[in-house]
Design a protein around this ligand. Structure first.
Ligand code: AMP
Length: 254
């Protein structure tokens, strides 16, 4: 079984974004970029399907392919995935922000060529928070989808996926090929070991461009304004429960 995992290069989750003073967006210059955390979880799950672990039989996956759409530097993101254990990478070069629909169209073209049995994406990219690419891709391919997975069990050409939904868990059976998107609790990704980081440098990365797939990546959305979150105003201390109730009433909370 071949598993394809799209991995996005995003601002490292430990860093705080800087909003440009004119509100025209965020300034990413000289900031550390990393693999999107949900995509790291997706790669970890695919590698466990290959190696065994996390409830998967070793050999359940035979090949794990990491795909990134982005600038040249997205090769580093693919190398991260290769260091975790993916076998090879595909970089589809595209400059500037590529919106989820264009990403989904490029991924569809890659999938038509690669014919994977399972595609595992992150549930969302932590930069745009769109939570859209997996769903759009499933629609373009006309494949079943199971989003927000906290557990995946593979059996007889099917996947049983436990989904984190409001107020509980939902379990779905999907026929393969299918699209699955990862939630935070699916697994805890490993730290890539130094020997695996070295090995990853020798694994192949195929480089293509969006135009090779005939996909127009011109943005269709226009952000009108970007602002910092409002500053929190200072708290106050109260001496009694009655005073607390009074303050909450004043603030219209109760
Ligand atoms: P989004 O819909 O933008 O929140 O992204 C959801 C998921 O789609 C991510 O976690 C990735 O798995 C995948 N994805 C989005 N953008 C890209 C990209 N430029 N390259 C590779 N994968 C992507």
């Amino acid at each position: 079984m071949k598993v394809l995992v799209p991995v996005k290069r995003v601002l490292d989750y430990n860093l705080k974004v800087r909003v440009r003073p004119d509100g025209s967006g965020v300034d990413l210059s000289n900031l550390k970029m990393s693999i999107n955390p949900f995509d790291e979880i997706a790669i970890e799950e695919a590698v466990r399907m290959k190696e065994g672990g996390g409830g998967h039989k070793a050999g359940a996956a035979t090949e794990v392919v990491a795909v990134s759409i982005g600038p040249d530097q997205a090769q580093e993101t693919i190398r991260n995935a290769l260091a975790i254990g993916a076998d090879r990478g595909i970089l589809v070069k595209a400059d500037g922000e590529v919106e989820p629909l264009a990403v989904a169209k490029i991924l569809k073209a890659v999938i038509d060529a690669e014919k994977p049995d399972l595609v595992i994406l992150g549930k969302q990219a932590i930069d745009d928070d769109s939570n859209a690419t997996g769903q759009m891709l499933a629609a373009l391919l006309d494949w079943p989808q199971a989003t927000f997975a906290s557990k995946i069990v593979l059996h007889d050409n099917k996947a049983t996926v436990t989904r984190e939904v409001d107020g509980g868990l939902q379990t779905l059976n999907v026929d393969l090929p299918a699209i699955v998107t990862t939630d935070l609790r699916l697994n805890e990704p490993r730290y890539a070991s130094l020997p695996n980081i070295m090995k990853a440098k020798k694994k192949p990365i195929d480089v293509k461009t969006a135009t090779d797939f005939g996909v127009d990546t011109t943005p269709r959305l226009k952000a009108t304004k970007t602002t910092e979150p409002p500053k929190r105003s200072g708290g106050i201390k109260v001496k009694t429960a009655d005073e607390l109730v009074g303050k909450l009433k004043e603030a219209g909370v109760i």
